[in-house]
Design a protein around this ligand. Structure first.
Ligand code: ADP
Length: 602
């Protein structure tokens, strides 16, 4: 990494901090300049006291020096206390908030393929882990850099006036120590990179033990043993990296310190003692020079170490910038700009093929739907049904063929606008730690009309009565994570709540992926009837495993191994006597057997 990049990266971070909390930068610079007072108090103060004593000056002179030192220290203490105890923690909070917010927004706009790319995911994890701390460290390094510079310059003045040769010794000592600092910094970063994948794994396992969705299974199944084992394995792997790193860093540290002590204690002390011995220096001069030279090299060391730190920050900032600069290929592609003003009346998946990485999972799929039509997509697990939906809403782009909406290629349409016209419930829908209303609207409740919309949607999915009885109604929180008054929903109720989302807006297309997997038969029947009702003038696409529901569809597509192998109405497919019929008969047979078994038991 070149010096220019180091400079640019650190400046990038400083500008960032400036944006969120200007006062932190200003007070940090001020603290640097206030450091000019320290050498005066620490070095010249004792020198004058010793000199005045040996020169038998009036005691009031000594008292004056003491009062001066005292005043400087008190002023410094007031300023430092305010800076470190009041400003710094608030700066930490604001900068942490700002940078993490930015990273979360970035995460929300990443293409889904980023989550499948372990390298990018590692970069993102590292950015999230380090970014806020680095932002603060860049400021503190800049502060230390300026502080030690001002401090060292003041000491430089003192030493040059009293003994220039000492200056040379101090500079050589500092250069040697900085060299060791630089090597240590590089070593630290190299090993940090090796640790990331293991730490990511540890965080995952910790999450499993505190997130509520895992709580039942980890109590019942022996999975926790496996996870503990994996946890320990990762701790061991981290330990072996730390061991190798530790050996190198310890050695570097000892070598660095030894060289520094040889120079500062050995060479400097002998040199000054020799000068007093020969009567060239006064006792006061010795005192001042010894303190000044030690402080000078340690300050210069801090000064040059800040270059090492800037270099180290720069490596992390490059990582952060790579994440922040990532542009979603789908959302930001220059041709996805057109806003579709009219309602969606036709959708056509035309000869589409798609592969996630190498393996093609959809092959030459062609599916059509027009306004008012209900389309069912059926097929075995892993056939490619959900993938097809992901392509329609552009979570991924097709590799071959095209998807047309009102005869326009969806790649040309604004992604945000397109998605806003589609009501969708995934099979693995999520509920959030927010109120019932917010979980349905998926945004803030802003107006009384919003509340009406939520009540209407809850009525459609059969949750109205239950929510009505809750003291906080639609404002009740889901889960008890943040409030004891929160509620837990059963699997079926949770699915109903997710389904309520399609009733809050007049969508042009409604897509449901396995919408009734957790519903009881009555609720399922009700759900499909309501859905047929609200989608009269829309396009409805539903993926289902319950073949009894496909009877209501205008057209059924049977997907097998990524290909459409049969299509038509229920009647047509039954007459075709192919795979659909076999699947349907098998399900019907299963229900019959279940019923007969039930009767036999009775
Ligand atoms: P269905 O919805 O029909 O059960 P999917 O569309 O979810 O099937 O999956 C189709 C195939 O694509 C499966 O073999 C699955 O393993 C694979 N697949 C799904 N998601 C991903 C992914 N993110 N990365 C790689 N392969 C995936």
């Amino acid at each position: 990494m070149r010096f220019r990049d180091v400079y640019k990266n650190n400046l990038f971070m400083l500008k960032f901090v400036w944006k969120y909390y200007k006062i932190y930068i200003i007070t940090s610079i001020l603290i640097s300049f206030s450091s000019i007072l320290t050498p005066l108090a620490d070095v010249l103060g004792p020198k004058y006291i010793i000199d005045f004593i040996s020169q038998k000056k009036p005691f009031t002179w000594i008292v004056t020096v003491v009062i001066l030192i005292f005043s400087i220290e008190i002023l410094k203490s007031i300023y430092y206390s305010w800076y470190y105890k009041f400003i710094t923690p608030r700066a930490h909070n604001k900068i942490k908030g700002g940078i993490n917010n930015l990273l979360m927004q970035k995460a929300a706009s990443l293409d889904l393929e980023c989550y499948e790319n372990a390298d990018f995911y590692d970069k993102y994890t590292r950015a999230l882990k380090e970014a806020d701390i680095r932002a603060l460290s860049v400021v503190s390094s800049t502060r230390d850099f300026l502080l030690s510079l001002v401090y060292a310059l003041t000491l430089f003045g003192v030493i040059v006036t009293l003994d220039p040769i000492l200056l040379l010794i101090s500079v050589v000592s500092m250069l040697l120590s900085s060299l060791f600092g630089l090597i240590s910094g590089k070593c630290q970063f190299k090993y940090e990179r090796l640790l990331t994948p293991f730490e990511k794994h540890l965080n995952y396992i910790k999450r499993v033990f505190y997130e509520v969705q895992y709580s039942k299974e980890i109590r019942i199944f022996p999975i926790s043993k496996l996870l503990f084992k994996k946890y320990d394995n990762n701790i061991d792997k981290i330990d072996s990296v730390l061991k190798t790193r530790g050996k190198k860093l310890t050695l570097l540290n000892i070598l660095g310190d030894t060289v520094e002590f040889i120079m500062t204690i050995g060479v400097t002390m002998l040199y000054l003692a020799w000068k007093i011995y020969n009567g060239v220096l006064t006792l006061g001069d010795f005192m001042a020079l010894y303190i000044a030279s030690r402080q000078f090299s340690s300050r210069l060391q801090v000064f040059f170490n800040s270059f090492t730190q800037f270099y180290e920050h720069s490596l992390y900032i490059t990582n952060l910038k790579e994440v922040l600069d990532y542009e979603s290929k789908i959302e930001n592609s220059s041709n996805s700009l057109e806003i579709l003003e009219e309602k969606i009346t036709d959708i056509s998946v035309d000869n589409v093929s798609f592969s996630y990485s190498e393996r093609e999972v959809l092959h030459n799929i062609t599916i059509k739907a027009s306004k008012g039509e209900k389309i069912a997509i059926v097929g075995h697990n892993g056939a490619g049904k959900t993938t097809l939906i992901k392509l329609i809403i552009r979570l991924y782009d097709v590799n071959k063929g095209e998807i047309l909406i009102n005869n326009k290629d969806i790649k040309k349409l604004s992604v945000k606008h397109l998605r806003s016209k589609i009501g969708l419930v995934f099979q693995d829908y999520q509920l959030y730690s927010a109120s019932i209303a917010e979980n349905v609207l998926l945004r803030e409740v802003k107006t009384p009309e919003d509340e009406d919309k939520v009540w209407f949607a809850l009525k459609q999915v059969g949750l109205y009565e239950k929510v009505k009885e809750l003291p906080n109604g639609i404002h009740t929180l889901i889960t008890k994570e943040f409030s004891n008054e929160g509620i837990f929903l059963s699997g079926g109720e949770a699915q109903k709540l997710a389904l309520a989302r399609i009733y809050i807006k007049d969508y042009d297309i409604v897509i449901l992926d396995e919408p009734s997997s957790s519903l009881d038969p009555l609720a399922e029947k009700q759900m499909y009837e309501n859905m047929m009702d609200i989608t009269k003038n829309k396009i409805a696409i539903f993926i289902t495993h319950r073949l009894s529901t496909t009877v209501m569809a205008d057209r059924i597509y049977l997907i097998d191994n990524g290909r459409v192998i049969e299509q038509g109405t229920h009647k047509e497919l039954m007459e075709l006597n192919g795979k659909y019929r076999r699947m349907f008969d098998a399900q019907a047979q299963f229900y019959r057997e279940q019923a007969e078994d039930g009767l036999a038991v009775l």
